[in-house]
Design a protein around this ligand. Structure first.
Ligand SMILES: *Cc1c(COP(=O)(O)O)cnc(C)c1O
Length: 388
């Protein structure tokens, strides 16, 4: 393929006539800011699709995570359990509360929080102190557990809820990339207290930018709404606590509504793309597919492969060779414990799986409008590079 071949991006938004129509309606009705019918409709659509009792739109996934943690009671000097293999935004949201992540490992079969390790860390490294669960080494209160649905892959909702019940610790899920997921038929909001979805431009469905906090608990949803709208108690500028301006605009929600209308199609496209890559590379020795554990209906946000055999080219060299062929491919998350701002965060006894995995992952083009011909081209180039 010549180097002037069309560029194939990693993951871009796909918008069209429905988005344009909704945006025009915002202008026609002069609802361009945080007041307007699309915000409410967007919230209702996401609540319905995730099995939630309610949803609150936020300016980003990150701000949604921040406000969800505050609503769950996370405060200064607390610890929040977090898998180290995640996007930095999860850890930043914890830091924005004045808290620190307690970093744990992932399990190899799902790339999600290792629930066995979580259990053993709690048994070995926490103690009750006047009803408050504390981390022994630091004395910090353990305020929440934040699982991350890596690549849009849910983890065992039943086990997660049983754990939260046993220890009395709230679960706030980073479900940023997980719109459309189910665990053994249960929708996203069935897990934990609060879940947060991102509608950033590179996610399966986008609002340009934005987030959504969902829950089965109506009172919590009301609290999140209160916090995102400056904690105002009346129209005369009275506020009862330190709140946030984390609202989404009607313009963004207009795009989000159009995307939600064809969510099934978008998720189906993601799953199809992922399955095609899996089939294409399954015969190549030293390559393993992204995880696909039983019980999980993944949203397949990102697709790609794992280089198991160190004699094969590394993801870094593959992504640069692919760039020369006008194909965007990227390495994946560098774990949080290797990031300067979180180098001193408490961590589990072992982070072996994350440390072993992160430099072996390559993500490949997976926009929902990726054509069969484009995907064939990507597969052909990757095969050639692996065999060279
Ligand atoms: C995208 C993403 C976020 C952040 O969402 P924004 O809307 O970009 O703020 C957080 N966590 C994970 C796991 C993500 O993939």
């Amino acid at each position: 393929m010549p180097s002037d071949a069309p560029f194939i991006p990693l993951a871009v938004p796909v918008t069209g006539a429905a988005e344009a129509r909704n945006l025009q309606a915002c202008i026609d009705e002069n609802f361009v800011s945080s007041v307007g019918p699309f915000v409410t409709r967007f919230e209702e659509m996401v609540a319905a699709s995730t099995g939630a009792a309610g949803a609150v739109a936020t300016s980003a996934g990150t701000t949604g995570l921040h406000v969800a943690l505050v609503a769950a009671g996370v405060t200064r000097d607390d610890l929040v359990v977090l898998p180290t293999f995640t996007f930095i935004a999860s850890a930043n949201a914890i830091a924005h509360c004045g808290a620190l992540p307690w970093l744990m490992d992932i399990e190899a079969k799902s790339w999600n929080l290792d629930l066995d390790q979580l259990d053993s860390e709690f048994r070995r490294h926490t103690q009750r102190d006047g009803g408050i669960l504390r981390h022994r080494a630091t004395g910090r209160r353990i305020a929440a557990v934040m699982p991350v649905y890596c690549l849009g892959m849910p983890l065992d909702f039943d086990r997660l809820n049983a754990f939260a019940e046993e220890w009395g610790v709230p679960v706030v899920a980073d479900a940023a990339a997980a719109i459309g997921v189910r665990w053994r038929g249960q929708p996203l909001a069935a897990a934990g207290l609060l879940s947060v979805i991102s509608f950033n431009g590179n996610k399966t469905a986008t609002a340009g930018g934005g987030g959504m906090v969902v829950s089965r608990d109506k009172e919590l949803i009301a609290l999140v709404r209160h916090l995102t709208t400056t904690a105002r108690t009346s129209a005369d500028y009275t506020h009862d606590r330190v709140g946030f301006n984390y609202r989404l605009t009607n313009l963004q929600a207009a795009v989000g509504c159009a995307q939600m209308e064809r969510l099934d199609e978008l998720v189906a496209a993601k799953r199809r793309i992922s399955a095609v890559y899996e089939r294409a590379f399954s015969q190549i020795p030293g390559i393993v597919p992204f995880p696909n554990p039983p019980g999980a209906e993944s949203g397949c946000w990102f697709s790609g492969l794992v280089i198991e055999d160190s004699r094969l080219p590394s993801p870094v060299s593959l992504s640069s060779a692919l760039r020369d062929k006008r194909i965007e491919a990227r390495t994946f998350w560098k774990p949080v414990h290797l990031q300067a701002p979180f180098a001193d965060a408490p961590r589990a006894e072992s982070l072996r799986v994350s440390e072993d995995l992160w430099q072996r992952v390559l993500t490949l083009p997976c926009s929902t409008n990726l054509s069969e011909a484009e995907q064939d081209r990507v597969i052909g180039v990757v095969r050639d590079l692996l065999h060279a």
